[in-house]
Write a protein that binds this ligand. Sequence first.
Ligand SMILES: Nc1ncnc2c1ncn2[C@@H]1O[C@H](COP(=O)(O)OP(=O)(O)OP(=O)(O)O)[C@@H](O)[C@H]1O
Ligand SMILES: [Mg+2]
Length: 169
Amino acid sequence: MYLHDAKLSIRMGARFGPLPQNIVRRGMSSMTRFGREVANILQAGDTVALVGELGAGKSNLVRLIMEKMTADYDYFVTSPTYTIANVYPTTPRVAHLDLYRLKTSDDFYALGCEEYFDKDTITLVEWADLLPEVIPQNALWLGLIKVGACDRRVVMADSYAELMNYMNS
Ligand SMILES: Nc1ncnc2c1ncn2[C@@H]1O[C@H](COP(=O)(O)OP(=O)(O)OP(=O)(O)O)[C@@H](O)[C@H]1O
Ligand SMILES: [Mg+2]
Protein backbone atom coordinates (compact mmCIF):
# COMPACT_ATOMS: atom_id res chain seq x y z
CA MET A 1 0.00 0.00 0.00
CA TYR A 2 1.28 3.45 -0.90
CA LEU A 3 1.87 5.69 2.10
CA HIS A 4 2.03 9.39 1.41
CA ASP A 5 5.18 11.10 2.68
CA ALA A 6 3.26 13.72 4.61
CA LYS A 7 0.01 12.57 6.11
CA LEU A 8 -3.07 14.21 4.71
CA SER A 9 -4.33 14.78 8.20
CA ILE A 10 -1.21 16.81 9.07
CA ARG A 11 -1.96 19.11 6.16
CA MET A 12 -5.59 19.24 7.24
CA GLY A 13 -4.38 20.01 10.75
CA ALA A 14 -2.23 22.87 9.46
CA ARG A 15 -5.27 24.30 7.75
CA PHE A 16 -8.11 23.56 10.12
CA GLY A 17 -6.36 23.07 13.47
CA PRO A 18 -5.36 19.82 15.17
CA LEU A 19 -7.49 16.73 14.64
CA PRO A 20 -9.98 15.56 15.73
CA GLN A 21 -12.19 18.44 14.72
CA ASN A 22 -15.85 18.86 15.26
CA ILE A 23 -17.52 21.80 13.51
CA VAL A 24 -21.12 22.58 12.67
CA ARG A 25 -21.54 23.85 9.12
CA ARG A 26 -24.73 25.89 8.96
CA GLY A 27 -26.26 25.62 5.52
CA MET A 28 -25.04 24.80 2.05
CA SER A 29 -22.86 27.88 1.62
CA SER A 30 -20.79 26.90 4.66
CA MET A 31 -20.51 23.35 3.33
CA THR A 32 -19.52 24.68 -0.08
CA ARG A 33 -16.69 26.71 1.52
CA PHE A 34 -15.58 23.61 3.40
CA GLY A 35 -15.56 21.54 0.20
CA ARG A 36 -13.34 24.14 -1.48
CA GLU A 37 -10.97 24.23 1.50
CA VAL A 38 -10.62 20.47 1.41
CA ALA A 39 -10.11 20.55 -2.37
CA ASN A 40 -7.30 23.09 -1.95
CA ILE A 41 -5.19 20.80 0.20
CA LEU A 42 -5.84 17.44 -1.47
CA GLN A 43 -2.95 15.94 -3.44
CA ALA A 44 -2.42 12.82 -5.50
CA GLY A 45 -2.09 9.84 -3.16
CA ASP A 46 -4.64 11.16 -0.63
CA THR A 47 -7.72 9.27 0.53
CA VAL A 48 -10.76 10.82 2.20
CA ALA A 49 -12.94 8.24 3.98
CA LEU A 50 -16.50 9.59 4.26
CA VAL A 51 -18.95 8.39 6.90
CA GLY A 52 -22.58 9.35 7.50
CA GLU A 53 -26.11 8.00 7.26
CA LEU A 54 -28.22 8.03 4.08
CA GLY A 55 -28.64 11.62 2.94
CA ALA A 56 -26.00 12.96 5.33
CA GLY A 57 -24.31 14.67 2.38
CA LYS A 58 -21.37 12.45 1.41
CA SER A 59 -22.01 12.60 -2.36
CA ASN A 60 -22.80 16.28 -2.03
CA LEU A 61 -19.43 16.91 -0.36
CA VAL A 62 -17.61 14.91 -3.05
CA ARG A 63 -19.32 17.10 -5.65
CA LEU A 64 -18.20 20.23 -3.79
CA ILE A 65 -14.62 18.97 -3.43
CA MET A 66 -14.56 18.22 -7.17
CA GLU A 67 -16.31 21.41 -8.18
CA LYS A 68 -13.29 23.16 -9.67
CA MET A 69 -11.90 20.07 -11.38
CA THR A 70 -15.26 19.19 -12.88
CA ALA A 71 -15.73 22.77 -14.11
CA ASP A 72 -12.33 22.60 -15.82
CA TYR A 73 -13.14 19.28 -17.47
CA ASP A 74 -16.92 19.61 -17.74
CA TYR A 75 -17.71 16.38 -15.86
CA PHE A 76 -20.91 15.77 -13.92
CA VAL A 77 -20.28 13.87 -10.66
CA THR A 78 -22.89 11.17 -10.10
CA SER A 79 -23.18 8.86 -7.09
CA PRO A 80 -21.32 5.57 -7.58
CA THR A 81 -23.76 3.57 -5.42
CA TYR A 82 -24.41 1.12 -8.28
CA THR A 83 -21.15 1.38 -10.17
CA ILE A 84 -19.07 1.12 -6.91
CA ALA A 85 -16.33 3.27 -8.50
CA ASN A 86 -16.43 6.30 -10.79
CA VAL A 87 -13.06 7.45 -12.04
CA TYR A 88 -12.44 10.92 -13.45
CA PRO A 89 -9.45 11.47 -15.77
CA THR A 90 -8.60 14.77 -14.12
CA THR A 91 -5.09 15.75 -13.03
CA PRO A 92 -4.61 14.20 -10.58
CA ARG A 93 -7.04 11.40 -11.29
CA VAL A 94 -10.01 11.24 -8.88
CA ALA A 95 -11.65 7.95 -7.89
CA HIS A 96 -15.05 8.26 -6.20
CA LEU A 97 -16.01 5.00 -4.49
CA ASP A 98 -19.18 3.96 -2.66
CA LEU A 99 -18.91 0.83 -0.51
CA TYR A 100 -22.63 0.73 0.33
CA ARG A 101 -23.39 -2.35 -1.76
CA LEU A 102 -20.29 -4.33 -0.80
CA LYS A 103 -20.66 -6.92 1.94
CA THR A 104 -17.08 -7.91 2.69
CA SER A 105 -13.52 -6.83 1.97
CA ASP A 106 -13.33 -9.90 -0.35
CA ASP A 107 -15.94 -8.22 -2.58
CA PHE A 108 -13.81 -5.10 -2.57
CA TYR A 109 -10.63 -6.94 -3.61
CA ALA A 110 -12.51 -9.16 -6.10
CA LEU A 111 -13.57 -6.00 -7.93
CA GLY A 112 -9.95 -4.81 -7.97
CA CYS A 113 -10.87 -1.68 -6.03
CA GLU A 114 -7.51 -1.42 -4.23
CA GLU A 115 -6.05 -0.15 -7.49
CA TYR A 116 -7.81 3.16 -6.77
CA PHE A 117 -5.57 3.77 -3.77
CA ASP A 118 -2.43 4.80 -5.57
CA LYS A 119 0.06 7.63 -5.59
CA ASP A 120 -1.44 9.28 -8.67
CA THR A 121 -5.03 9.33 -7.46
CA ILE A 122 -7.15 11.30 -5.02
CA THR A 123 -9.61 8.73 -3.66
CA LEU A 124 -12.92 9.75 -2.07
CA VAL A 125 -14.77 6.86 -0.42
CA GLU A 126 -18.41 6.94 0.71
CA TRP A 127 -19.56 4.48 3.39
CA ALA A 128 -15.91 3.86 4.34
CA ASP A 129 -17.08 2.70 7.80
CA LEU A 130 -18.61 -0.43 6.23
CA LEU A 131 -15.13 -1.78 5.35
CA PRO A 132 -12.65 0.29 7.38
CA GLU A 133 -10.02 -2.45 6.99
CA VAL A 134 -9.60 -1.70 3.27
CA ILE A 135 -8.93 2.03 3.78
CA PRO A 136 -5.26 3.14 3.67
CA GLN A 137 -3.57 4.15 6.92
CA ASN A 138 -2.98 7.72 5.81
CA ALA A 139 -6.65 8.43 5.05
CA LEU A 140 -8.43 11.42 6.46
CA TRP A 141 -11.66 10.25 8.08
CA LEU A 142 -14.56 12.65 7.69
CA GLY A 143 -17.97 12.18 9.29
CA LEU A 144 -21.17 14.05 8.47
CA ILE A 145 -24.08 14.20 10.91
CA LYS A 146 -27.43 15.82 10.14
CA VAL A 147 -28.28 18.40 12.78
CA GLY A 148 -31.12 20.02 10.85
CA ALA A 149 -32.54 20.10 7.33
CA CYS A 150 -29.55 22.05 6.02
CA ASP A 151 -27.03 21.96 8.88
CA ARG A 152 -24.37 19.30 9.26
CA ARG A 153 -21.86 18.50 11.98
CA VAL A 154 -18.53 17.70 10.30
CA VAL A 155 -16.11 15.55 12.26
CA MET A 156 -12.54 15.04 11.03
CA ALA A 157 -10.19 12.45 12.47
CA ASP A 158 -6.97 10.57 11.80
CA SER A 159 -8.45 7.09 12.02
CA TYR A 160 -11.71 5.17 11.89
CA ALA A 161 -11.59 4.45 15.64
CA GLU A 162 -11.05 8.10 16.49
CA LEU A 163 -13.82 9.21 14.14
CA MET A 164 -16.29 6.76 15.69
CA ASN A 165 -15.40 8.04 19.16
CA TYR A 166 -16.15 11.60 18.17
CA MET A 167 -19.22 10.88 16.06
CA ASN A 168 -20.81 8.95 18.89
CA SER A 169 -19.98 11.46 21.61
N1 LIG B 1 -25.38 21.58 4.55
C1 LIG B 1 -25.59 20.52 3.77
N2 LIG B 1 -24.57 19.70 3.45
C2 LIG B 1 -24.79 18.61 2.71
N3 LIG B 1 -25.97 18.24 2.19
C3 LIG B 1 -27.02 19.04 2.46
C4 LIG B 1 -26.87 20.19 3.26
N4 LIG B 1 -28.07 20.76 3.37
C5 LIG B 1 -28.90 20.02 2.65
N5 LIG B 1 -28.30 18.98 2.10
C6 LIG B 1 -28.97 17.98 1.25
O1 LIG B 1 -28.81 16.70 1.81
C7 LIG B 1 -28.76 15.73 0.76
C8 LIG B 1 -27.51 14.89 0.89
O2 LIG B 1 -27.57 13.90 -0.09
P1 LIG B 1 -26.30 13.05 -0.53
O3 LIG B 1 -26.71 12.25 -1.71
O4 LIG B 1 -25.11 13.93 -0.64
O5 LIG B 1 -26.15 12.12 0.75
P2 LIG B 1 -25.23 10.83 0.93
O6 LIG B 1 -24.64 10.95 2.29
O7 LIG B 1 -24.30 10.70 -0.21
O8 LIG B 1 -26.31 9.66 0.92
P3 LIG B 1 -26.15 8.14 0.42
O9 LIG B 1 -25.76 7.36 1.62
O10 LIG B 1 -27.53 7.80 -0.05
O11 LIG B 1 -25.11 8.07 -0.66
C9 LIG B 1 -28.78 16.49 -0.55
O12 LIG B 1 -30.10 16.46 -1.04
C10 LIG B 1 -28.38 17.90 -0.13
O13 LIG B 1 -28.93 18.86 -0.97
MG1 LIG C 1 -23.90 9.17 -1.59
